[in-house]
Design a protein around this ligand. Structure first.
Ligand SMILES: Cc1cc2nc3c(=O)[nH]c(=O)nc-3n(C[C@H](O)[C@H](O)[C@H](O)COP(=O)(O)OP(=O)(O)OC[C@H]3O[C@@H](n4cnc5c(N)ncnc54)[C@H](O)[C@@H]3O)c2cc1C
Length: 332
């Protein structure tokens, strides 16, 4: 590994100032380091300067506001969300999303900001291949080992988004606050995460010098309930093969608001607006949930080894919708 400078900052303002004075291409923020350090060790990222933001305690908070919204500091760890009895009570979907992510040790280090910006787990990206995402010509997933690949086409890359938190945040309509020397902006998590393009071969969009300071989840209706389900090929230390996040509001026996988002099936969390529209305004029945789940996988174009993902996504979506409505046996 080549030498680099390691700068520790105590406050977000210091991190922003340091970013503004750095070369954006060879400077990185480091939080828990659970994704960045392996990338550095494997030579997938090279830096001249690392800005360690972990001591910036003001970025580590998790609290509901009086208006019912939840503010999550970017340095809040997945374990802190998992342990929060209040989040478990008021937004169980969030706790479910982090509870099966990685391992307890990783969750103790992994931050929310880093989780959203973690890079693809595609083995062609992580391995010694000059794949498209790394600047090459070809996405080797397409004709290679594609068991874990996306089943929806969003561009040249076929890697599936690895975050468990992201689909739940999109289902909750969460926003992210970004700060830089030129000011602050807020955008939906669903816009922060974007499929890689020829010009931007990365799964998120940050402007140069930007720091994620906070994630905010708007107040949910008191009749809203959410569920996150994750299918893994082993019980722990496994990324989602497929996941489903459903957030439903049911009033007077009808679905008044629905969000359904799949993970592990596209470059970024895959929001299924057709299914949401179908559910809205209707009394939820098992048949309607099945139809919504069918819509959730409409348009999927699986590859040779990941055909299993379409029926898996359909079934997880069906169950998540029924569970969110309290209509799944044992989850009423
Ligand atoms: C073995 C293993 C299994 C895993 N399994 C899962 C899983 O099942 N589900 C899941 O969701 N994740 C999983 N992960 C990923 C893990 O959750 C992420 O690595 C972690 O959340 C990243 O957070 P971090 O704080 O360590 O980020 P870092 O590694 O410190 O940073 C990651 C990226 O985010 C940037 N960054 C960090 N914080 C900020 C900020 N505030 N503002 C701007 N940029 C920032 C960094 O510059 C870097 O580019 C797994 C990881 C490992 C190693």
């Amino acid at each position: 590994m080549r030498p680099f400078e390691h700068l520790t900052v105590q406050a977000s303002g210091d991190a922003i100032a340091a970013l503004a004075q750095s070369d954006g291409d060879t400077t990185r923020l480091i939080a828990g380091g659970t994704d960045l350090l392996p990338l550095l060790k494997d030579g997938l990222v090279t830096v001249d300067r690392l800005i360690d933001i972990k001591p910036a305690r003001a970025l580590r908070h998790l609290a509901f506001e009086d208006d019912g919204s939840l503010r999550i500091g970017a340095l809040t760890t997945l374990a802190e969300i998992e342990r929060s009895a209040e989040v478990g009570e008021r937004l169980p979907i969030l706790v479910q999303a982090v509870a099966d992510a990685a391992t307890p040790q990783l969750r103790a280090m992994a931050t929310v900001g880093g989780n959203l910006l973690q890079r693809s787990r595609c083995w062609y990206y992580r391995g010694p291949f000059n794949c498209w995402l790394k600047g090459g010509e070809t996405c080797y997933m397409r004709n290679g080992e594609n068991k874990y690949a996306a089943i929806f086409e969003q561009g040249p890359c076929r890697s599936a988004h690895p975050s468990d938190l992201a689909p739940a945040l999109v289902a909750l309509d969460a926003t992210v606050t970004l700060e830089s020397a030129s000011g602050a902006r807020t955008l939906p998590v669903a816009e922060l995460l974007a499929p890689p393009t020829a010009d931007e071969r990365i799964e998120y969009r940050l402007n140069p010098g930007e720091l994620i300071t906070e994630i905010r989840i708007p107040a949910q209706s008191e009749n809203a309930r959410g569920v996150y389900l994750k299918a893994m090929d082993r019980r722990s230390w496994a990324f989602a093969l497929v996941s489903a996040a459903a957030q439903l509001t049911i009033e007077d026996g009808k679905v008044t608001q629905a969000r359904l988002v799949l993970g592990g099936v596209a470059n970024v969390p895959w929001r299924v607006t057709d299914a949401e529209t179908l559910l809205q305004g209707q009394p939820l029945t098992p048949e309607l949930a099945a139809k919504a789940a069918e819509l959730a996988v409409q348009g999927a174009t699986p590859l040779t080894h990941n055909r299993y993902k379409a029926p898996m996504a359909r079934e997880l979506a069906r169950r998540a919708v029924l569970m969110a409505a309290g209509m799944w046996p044992g989850n009423g």
